[in-house]
Design a binder for this molecule. Sequence first.
Ligand code: FAD
Length: 312
Amino acid sequence: MAPVYPGCYSLASWRRRGATVQVLEKSGGVGGRMSTKRVGNAVFDQGAQFFKVRDEYFEALVECWAWQGAMARWPAGTSNRWVPRPSMTGLAKALGKSVPVRLRHKVRSVRHHDCGCWEIDVEGEGMMCAERLVLSSPVPQSLALLEAGEVSLPREIKASLQRCEYHPCLARMLILDRKSAIAPEGQEFAEGPVRWVVDNVDKGITQGAVSAVTVHLSSEFSVENYGAAESEVFEKMLPALRPLLGDAMVTGRALHRWKFSEPKTQHPQRCVWLPDMRLGICGDGFGGPRVEGAAVSGMALAREIAKTLTHE
Ligand SMILES: Cc1cc2nc3c(=O)[nH]c(=O)nc-3n(C[C@H](O)[C@H](O)[C@H](O)COP(=O)(O)OP(=O)(O)OC[C@H]3O[C@@H](n4cnc5c(N)ncnc54)[C@H](O)[C@@H]3O)c2cc1C
């Protein structure tokens, strides 16, 4: 299993070395936490909103994707914010063309056999076998798959993985009947229930709505209200949002509950690669709590695995 960002970097480079690769994705689309959602005629980026680039190699890749039209600066011109086009899932879709992705393949457990192979139990599909396994879901989800398959990891590695925790995030999607007072480049808040708000129309996402607003609630609010009813979350956050909405009326809404949004802590390594088991674990829990961190982690793991491909 090797989901979108770290996975695609890794898979493309392994394929060039002759490996047969397969991505298993539980959802009906690619993108993971860089996902885009349609509600009626409105289109929202509901997870990551943009990303920044510091790593030189990643920057070169991003520039290349921008040249191909899969990426743009937002707002146009001076910003260090990058957004995939036509929306956040755009890049995953572009990368997914070069690797085989099986959608709606939810992995239930992974088991390591004495012969060295991995047995992967996929819901509704049965068993699949692999020589190497990469897990790049949020670390608690990866650990759960290993535990379900009774895989015993080296004690220190397991303890270091168990320390990787994530913040939850409630994401609200609101359709408005007219433009609001939200700044075109979005607004971040250090206090109160709202952490981030943006109108996806101002991000340049093509759609049928006049205004399609994504609201991310703060981690404190999200922890407190994670299990609350959709209408209760709406009522509680509305006073903080009201001044930004101006005269606009909410004509449609949706809620997404991100159980694992961003890591609270970082694993000390860029990725975990256990050559004896041929098991790799990567993602934003390792390389940094953001899109770039997930990419950097995936690239680090790709390099480790590529060494073993060259030697065999
Ligand atoms: C609300 C929110 C806001 C964010 N804002 C930003 C931002 O503005 N900038 C930024 O840089 N980052 C942001 N992030 C973080 C960023 O989205 C992540 O760091 C990055 O997308 C992680 O990518 P990944 O490929 O490592 O993991 P994911 O995107 O989580 O990919 C993991 C994939 O594994 C799949 N999966 C999980 N379990 C299974 C299973 N059992 N079987 C099969 N498939 C499975 C999932 O469906 C998913 O597609 C935000 C995240 C959230 C949730």
